[in-house]
Write a protein that binds this ligand. Structure first.
Ligand SMILES: NC(=O)c1ccc[n+]([C@@H]2O[C@H](COP(=O)([O-])OP(=O)(O)OC[C@H]3O[C@@H](n4cnc5c(N)ncnc54)[C@H](OP(=O)(O)O)[C@@H]3O)[C@@H](O)[C@H]2O)c1
Length: 337
């Protein structure tokens, strides 16, 4: 079967198309024919060698996110059957309850082999059924970006109708945050560095938008839009380079979800967290239980993920390059082999 491996890690040139024997499922394992995968910012960092090498397996199969159909089951499997349409869960061992550092080695696409292959074998516990109204390409966008936004806003944040959500940029996590916020009857404010993407947001009906390049102190614009109060929830995707602005844009006593690291380096003064009486939550994707809850909401609302572009399996490198260009709006998908 065809698959990709990162060999070596450290440069995108390490992304190699390989041919290997098909893996077969052992007891309580399932084989999935992968029909689509999707890319996350994290996949660029894995390929670049940005993670502690002790936490990444040698020559990993990349990408955490994928969806496909079960084609074979091992002895003792009861959760799924051949023909089922499933998506893999990001952290294979985080099924419910709190995150545990011990689960880190079960994360797909780096610590464990990922989804950029014709066929993968996982534990029967490591998948969820995909919403019936979604095709495989759409379902492949859910495991990391969507679940992270869901975990922050609902599992942790308890978002309610009428509140205001601020989210940064127009990448995968951010556009799912937009869609989930609107689903909940919340108001949404989005920052973007691109006028062309701002036009696309407006076409989606998102009218409260701030260009963070044209307005470097964009937190002021958020305060203006909220009558001086600030946003109840901030989906903080920039990290060091935006954390200060995000805190200033937060309503007193609001919730800030520390998720990303898209932007630069800076010093944060912890006194600002006190000044805002801020609830700061570190978010790391989510559990299978959260994924199932999210899928119920996605199914009920018939929500469709925003896919910017799809690539063929043989074009994986072009998909990575497109992600690195930051020209995308929403998700990038690679179709199955
Ligand atoms: N903690 C977790 O569990 C978790 C899970 C998923 C993702 N993440 C992190 O969350 C971040 C987003 O991930 P993703 O996969 O959604 O990324 P992505 O799809 O690659 O998003 C990239 C977009 O972010 C925006 N952006 C870039 N620099 C920015 C800046 N300085 N300020 C504001 N926006 C900026 C740009 O949108 P515009 O062109 O519109 O400006 C860019 O197109 C990453 O740092 C990722 O590592 C963390």
């Amino acid at each position: 079967m065809k698959l990709y491996r990162l060999d070596p890690i450290g440069t995108l040139d390490g992304l190699k198309l390989c041919n290997e024997e098909e893996p077969r499922p052992g007891p309580r394992e399932i084989a999935i024919r992968i029909r689509a995968t999707s890319l996350n910012y994290r996949d660029l960092k894995v390929a670049a060698g940005a993670y502690d090498p002790r936490t990444i397996k040698p020559r990993p199969i990349p990408l955490s996110d994928g969806a496909g159909e079960v084609v074979e089951i091992g002895p003792g499997v009861t959760r799924v059957k051949p023909g089922d349409r499933v998506a893999a869960i990001f952290s294979q061992r985080w099924l419910a309850g709190r995150a545990d550092p011990a689960y880190a080695s079960s994360v797909l696409g780096g610590p464990s082999d990922g989804m950029l292959a014709e066929r993968v074998v996982l534990s029967e516990e490591g998948v969820v059924p995909i919403p019936t109204h979604l095709n495989f390409e759409e379902a492949a966008t859910l495991p990391c970006a969507a679940l992270t936004a869901w975990h922050a806003l609902f599992a942790r944040g308890g978002l309610t109708a009428g509140e205001t959500v601020l989210t940064l940029g127009t990448g995968g996590v951010s556009l799912f945050a937009v869609q989930f916020a609107r689903l909940a009857g919340a108001r949404v404010i989005v920052t973007s560095g691109s006028e062309e993407k701002i036009a696309r947001l407006k076409a989606m009906g998102v009218t409260d938008v701030v260009n963070y390049r044209a307005t470097p102190d964009w937190e002021r614009a958020v305060l203006d839009l909220t009558g001086g109060e600030g946003a109840d929830h901030v989906v903080e995707l920039g990290g060091a380079g935006t954390f200060r602005n995000s805190l200033l844009a937060l309503r007193t006593g609001g919730r800030l979800y520390a998720i990303g690291n898209l932007a630069g380096e800076a010093q944060i003064n912890p006194q600002m967290i006190l000044a805002k009486r801020a609830n700061v939550h570190g978010i790391s994707v989510g559990s299978r239980e959260m994924f199932e809850a999210m899928n119920r909401a996605i199914s009920h609302a018939r929500l469709k993920p925003v896919i910017d572009r799809q690539f063929d399996f043989g074009e994986a490198r072009a998909a990575y390059d497109y992600l690195a260009s930051r020209a995308h709006f929403g998700k990038i998908v690679i179709r199955g082999a």
